[in-house]
Structures are given as structure tokens and as C-alpha cells.
Design a protein around this ligand. Structure first.
Ligand code: GRF
Length: 218
């Protein structure tokens, strides 16, 4: 099978990276990770990649004069590894519109809320403060404005009465680990395509790609 080469950009623990690594072990999965790049040399995700035998690169934004030069280094590394699809997985740098445009429709991100609600940081704290009943996560194509872009998959996660930001984050992460590999599968196989502001999924109506995670048992 001709697999789509993907590059994963991380800054931290890399549990979503791990979910992608695990998915790629399946011979039928249409993508393979050829490079993991972190802007943070201490990111645990780098260790996950090394264990899986995947090439890693540390590109520290602090070593570059400006964001353009940092991003040029990212692009060089991605191109060297023949990357066709870039997956942001907890990558904590804002990307310039020029970088986003150069990877138009080949750059996706996972965000821990049901976008367009709760863009930005501290999503779980804000969701709990607002008393919402359902939160979740979103995989979307990246556009220049932070946390915007055509939505590929979302998962809904119920908010429970005694939730703290930490345990809500944990349950949302579990859902993230399901939908990110699924989104990569859809994009890499060409089943999901951008049409205007939306993503069309061949052969299936969009509701089939909306996942509701079950309530925990106790
Ligand atoms: C996840 O919650 C993801 O949605 C957000 O950053 C977090 C990264 O977690 N963008 P991990 O590094 O994948 O464990």
C-alpha cells in the first residue's frame, strides 16, 4: 500500500502522537509517520517516537531570530522526510499565515473542545466555569486564525457534576486518541476532502463521524 507520509509536531507529552504511532502499526492504515518534530527538547513525545524507531528533530523556536525562520526550518525538515500531511499534536506555537497557506489542506490539528466553542487555552477550566453539559474534542484543518478551519471529526464528552479540569481533560483525551487516528485515516485515504468551509466525507454522511463517548461507569 502506498502510505501517506506524515510529520507530527509536538511540544509535550505526546499521548496523541502515541495514538497515531499505534494506528500506523496496522498494515491497512493509509499513513506512516516519517518525522516527529518538537520545539521543546524535553518533550516526552520525542521518547515515544524514538522507542517506535521514528526519526525525530528538535527545532527550538528560541534558536531562531523570528517566526519565519523557525517555520522555514520546520518546512525544510518536513520536506526532507517527504511529508504530505502535517499533524499538530499539542504543538504550542502559533503558526504564521504564510506557513499555514504553504501547507493548505495538508495541515491538521486536534483541539480539546467542540469548536468553534472554547478556542485557545484552558478549555476545560472555562467549560466548567460556564457549566456546560457537553464538551469534547475536534480534529480540523488549520487556517490562519487560531483554532479555526474545516472540521473533520468531533467527539462529544459529557461533563459530570463533580468534574475537575484534570479529570475532564483525561476523559476528553481518551476521545482524542480515538478521533485523531480516524481523522488521519480519512484524510490520508482521500475519503475526507475540503469543500469550502466544510469537510465532505465520501460515502458517509457527516453524522457518522461524530462520536459520543459513553458515560463512565461510576
Ligand atoms: C491535547 O489535549 C490536544 O488536544 C491539545 O494539546 C494536548 C496535547 O496532549 N492540542 P498530548 O501531548 O497529545 O498528550
Amino acid at each position: 500500500m502506498n502510505k501517506t507520509k506524515i510529520g507530527v509536531l509536538i511540544s509535550g507529552s505526546g499521548t496523541n502522537l502515541q495514538a497515531l504511532i499505534d494506528a500506523c502499526k496496522d498494515d491497512d492504515f493509509p499513513a506512516e509517520i516519517t518525522i516527529v518534530i518538537s520545539n521543546n527538547a524535553n518533550a516526552f513525545g520525542l521518547e515515544r517516537a524514538r522507542v517506535a524507531g521514528i526519526d525525530v528533530a528538535v527545532i527550538d523556536h528560541r534558536d531562531y531570530e523570528d517566526r519565519d525562520q523557525f517555520e522555514a526550518a520546520l518546512t525544510t525538515e518536513l520536506k526532507q522526510h517527504k511529508v504530505r500531511l502535517v499533524c499538530l499534536a499539542g504543538f504550542m506555537r502559533i503558526l504564521n499565515p504564510s506557513f499555514v497557506r504553504s501547507w493548505q489542506d495538508r495541515l491538521i490539528n486536534i483541539h480539546p473542545s467542540l469548536l468553534p466553542s472554547y478556542k485557545g487555552l484552558h478549555t476545560h477550566e472555562r467549560a466548567l466555569e460556564d457549566g456546560i453539559r457537553i464538551t469534547g474534542c475536534t480534529v480540523h484543518y488549520v487556517r490562519a486564525d487560531v483554532d479555526t478551519g474545516p472540521i473533520i471529526i468531533q467527539a462529544a464528552v459529557p461533563v459530570l457534576p463533580h468534574d475537575t479540569p484534570e479529570n475532564l481533560a483525561e476523559r476528553v483525551l481518551e476521545a482524542e486518541h480515538i478521533i485523531y487516528p480516524e481523522a488521519v485515516r480519512l484524510v490520508a485515504s482521500g475519503t475526507a476532502r475540503v469543500r469550502g468551509f466544510k469537510v465532505i466525507i465520501d460515502g458517509m454522511p457527516t453524522p457518522d463521524h461524530t462520536l459520543v463517548s459513553p458515560l463512565p461507569e461510576n
